[in-house]
Design a protein around this ligand. Sequence first.
Ligand SMILES: [Zn+2]
Length: 198
Amino acid sequence: MADAPQEIEALIDMMARLPGLGPRSARRAVLHLIARRGQLLAPLAQAMQAVAETARECLNCGNIATADICPICASEARANGELCVVEDVADLWAMERAGVFRGRYHVLGGTLSALDSIGPEELRIPRLLDRIEAENITEVILALNATVDGQTTAHYIADALEGRVRVSSLAQGVPVGGELDYLDDGTITAALRARKTL
Ligand SMILES: [Zn+2]
């Protein structure tokens, strides 16, 4: 089976673990990289090294950053009292791409799941509750996916925050089972503008 040198096979094996890439496309990608060693392979290796050394989670919100506190949490201009709760960083970046939300974020790092034994402590829910007073939050906007686990998580957070702060949810427009990352900017904008208080 090993029809490439060992080092190259090792690279193909690692590439094949990336989402969306199987063994066949990993092999093709590696051949493509080797053929463009100067323009692509070497700069890619350097870029990966740089990210491996600098990327970390924002200690406040869970965003991926290159400092302990991400630029959004560090910006006073984003402290407008609105806090948008998302499942993962891809959702945060999708909201940022849409460019309509001017507050801060909180990345849960997943959803509650009885099946996978994921409770509030496994997510950043305790930290979320701490941030309400610490950052004078007036509205929490739940931008969770329309999956069963996403909605269970939304209800849990809404209950935990009841009477402490206004809680709203993105309006229709987020398709059932749909992930924010796959929505176009216009749909995200419409869903945020038409959000409903829970
Ligand atoms: Zn942050």
